[in-house]
Structures are given as structure tokens and as C-alpha cells.
Ligand binder design. Structure first.
Ligand code: FE2
Length: 375
């Protein structure tokens, strides 16, 4: 094991975290997925790596908007771990990478406490300096890369990328997406406590919120959810399926994705009505909300002055907690298998994740079904 100097007090991983570095998708065709995210979600392609830049193992596109950075990578041969990942899971998120002040120390602290060691610390260098990296496991085949940029002055993601002559042109104005708000993982039934232990005792995260299946259930579908965070910027709800009358939507994900993985990435905007209009204009498809949802929502959020007509026209959901309210909307899944989707969220004080909407939404759908005589 590569360790920290024995004289240094071992800080837990969370103490080294500075925020999100990037989220890497492993997909069947990186060029088309990057093109899709550029044209529909308004990302800018800012860098490319592949055979033309001396990278022999994968083709990768860096996509940016606000503080959000995605990397979309595809395999160049059948032996690539990307090909294997796509074969098993379809397109999905492979790496939730975190910016750290010391990748070696973060990795050593994690592994010493029992984290899955994916890759020991290594350094990638070019004329801009040295980039220090290390990897530990997350749920399923997902990983966390620790990225230390302190001695790397390049504006590109890492050595091997170029920023000129990009294959995907920029696709027009952005859509107002500013930051990664939270990233949700679905884990196996009965394993949520193990993953809570992994993020809290091993990586040093705190539990922000917990919802049991009496809080997040309808007559038909149920889940248990806990939220871990680093105390500042990295917020990761974790869901496990719970038994209901029908298959939990979390169980459905796990069967489609063939294991645990990232279910959705929530992207923050400060004007959700404008962002959703811009996204729709570009062809993003969102989950539909029955009009009956809004009867109940207006009661739940009584006291807040919200533009209900605009929200209802756009199918935007609203929820509240002790600290305020939030507005949110979910896209349809963006992968061929019904697995990964995005959320767009605007927060006004509320620190929750829209738990009130789980029940409200499903009950509204059921009310609609009842109205059509189909329940
Ligand atoms: Fe969410």
C-alpha cells in the first residue's frame, strides 16, 4: 500500500475534498453522446483526447457549462474496460471524480479504512506540470478518482487533451445550468447500511438526511433513501429498493443497469423556468406531470408566492422543507436502457431533494388513472 508519512495524522478523505472535479460517462459512442449533450443540454465541448492526440485507449470529450464538467469516453477496442462496462451496463456513469488537496493522502486514508483500492496514486505530466491521481471504488462498477491539480497549471482536464480543432462544435447558447447539485446512486436491496458505512466510516462523509420507506412510498412503489455529504459541496443521496405492491423503481433500475450505479445527476440553475424552456426548445424531453399534481402542490406550498401557471405549463415540480422550497424537474432517461436521467433544480433555502414529490407525483398519476377508469 502506498501510505502517507507515518508521522502525519491521517485525515479522513472528506477532509481532503475540495468539490467535484468531473463526472465521466462511459458510453458506446462518445462522439454522438457528446454531440447530444452539446446540442440538447447546451454544454460546450472544451477538449478532446483520442488517437489524434496520442491517446490509444479511449476517445474522450470534455463538456462544460457553468461549474459543471462532464467527460464522455468511448472504447477504441473490444479489450477496453470501457467496452466491458458498456457491454454490461449500457451507457452510464463510471467515475465520480473529486478535486482534492492531496490525492496520495486521500487514497491512503480511504484504503487504510477499508475502501476498495481501484488504482494506486499515479502522476500524469506534460508541459503544464504534474497531475496527481488515485482511485477508490464506489457502488457497483462506479469509481471515485481523487484529482490534485495543485501542481498542474494546464487549463485542460489532463495531459493528452487538446482544446483546438474539436470534433464537436459548440451548439449555441447555454441553458443556464450552473453546478452539480447532487448525484444519486441506486444500491442493492439490503445494502444501504453498508454503503452508508462506506461513505461515513471509511470516507468520512456525514449523513445529511434519511428517509425510510414510510416516507418515500406510494401504494405501489417504495424506496429507502439516505443522503451523505462532505459537509460542503459534495452531496450524494443513496437509494435502495423497498418492497411495495409492485416492483420498486429502484429495483427496476438495478435490473436494467445490471447492478448498482448512478441513477441521476441534478444540475442547478437559478431560473428553472427559463432553463427548462431553453432545454425543451433544444429537444430535451421531460417527465410529464398530470394537472392534478398542482392541486395538491398548491396546498403543500401554501404561503410561498410561486408562478404556478408557468410551473404547471412547464411540468415543474415544487417541494418544501423547514428551510424553504425547491423547484425541480426530471428528464426522461438519456440512456437506451431506462437507467440514467438528469434533474434540473432551483433552490430557495430548501436542502431536501423533493421527497414530498415522490408520493405526490405518483398519487397524481393514480388520480389521473382513476379518472380514466383504469385503476
Ligand atoms: Fe435528485
Amino acid at each position: 500500500m502506498v501510505g502517507v508519512a507515518s508521522t502525519a495524522p491521517a485525515q479522513p478523505v472528506a477532509a481532503h475534498l475540495l468539490g467535484w472535479d468531473c463526472i465521466e460517462f462511459w458510453v458506446g459512442n462518445a462522439r454522438t453522446t457528446a454531440g447530444f449533450l452539446t446540442s440538447t443540454f447546451g454544454f460546450r465541448c472544451t477538449a478532446y483526447a483520442g488517437p489524434e492526440t496520442g491517446v490509444r485507449t479511449k476517445a474522450s470529450y470534455v463538456l462544460e457549462q457553468g461549474d459543471i464538467r462532464f467527460v464522455v469516453s468511448g472504447a477504441l477496442s473490444a479489450e477496453s474496460p470501457i467496452a466491458e462496462h458498456v457491454h454490461r451496463h449500457g451507457d452510464g456513469v463510471h467515475d465520480l471524480a473529486w478535486l482534492v488537496d492531496d490525492a496520495r493522502a486521500a487514497h491512503a486514508a480511504a484504503v487504510a479504512r477499508g475502501a476498495r483500492d481501484v488504482r494506486s496514486p499515479w502522476v500524469e505530466s506534460d508541459e503544464h506540470g504534474d497531475l496527481e491521481l488515485a482511485q477508490v471504488g464506489a457502488y457497483g462498477d462506479t469509481v471515485h478518482t481523487f484529482v490534485n491539480r495543485a501542481r498542474y497549471g494546464g487549463s485542460v482536464l489532463q495531459p493528452g487533451y487538446r482544446t483546438d480543432d474539436l470534433p464537436n462544435p459548440t451548439g449555441g447558447p447555454d441553458t443556464g445550468l450552473q453546478a452539480i447539485d447532487h448525484v444519486v446512486g441506486n444500491v442493492e436491496q439490503g445494502r444501504l447500511d453498508d454503503w452508508l458505512h462506506y461513505y461515513s466510516d471509511i470516507l468520512g462523509f456525514s449523513e445529511l438526511l434519511h428517509f425510510d420507506d414510510s416516507q418515500i412510498r406510494t401504494e405501489y412503489s417504495a424506496l429507502v433513501s439516505t443522503v451523505v455529504w462532505d459537509g460542503a459541496r459534495i452531496v450524494m443521496p443513496l437509494n435502495e429498493p423497498a418492497d411495495g405492491l409492485r416492483k420498486s423503481q429502484i429495483q427496476e433500475y438495478i435490473e436494467n443497469y445490471d447492478g448498482p450505479g448512478v441513477q441521476h445527476i441534478a444540475l442547478r440553475t437559478d431560473n428553472i423556468v427559463a432553463s427548462v424552456a431553453a432545454l425543451r426548445e433544444r429537444g430535451v424531453r421531460f417527465m410529464r406531470v398530470p394537472d392534478t399534481y398542482y392541486d395538491d402542490a398548491k396546498e403543500r406550498l401554501a404561503g410561498f408566492d410561486l408562478p404556478w401557471d408557468a410551473l404547471q405549463r412547464a411540468s415543474i415540480l415544487a417541494d418544501r422543507d423547514h428551510d424553504g422550497y425547491l423547484l425541480q424537474i426530471f428528464t426522461e432517461t438519456i440512456t437506451d436502457r431506462p437507467a440514467v436521467f438528469f434533474e434540473i433544480i432551483e433552490r430557495h433555502g430548501a436542502q431536501g431533494f423533493g421527497e414530498g414529490n415522490f408520493k405526490a407525483l405518483f398519487e397524481a398519476i393514480e388520480r389521473d388513472q382513476a379518472r380514466r377508469g383504469n385503476l
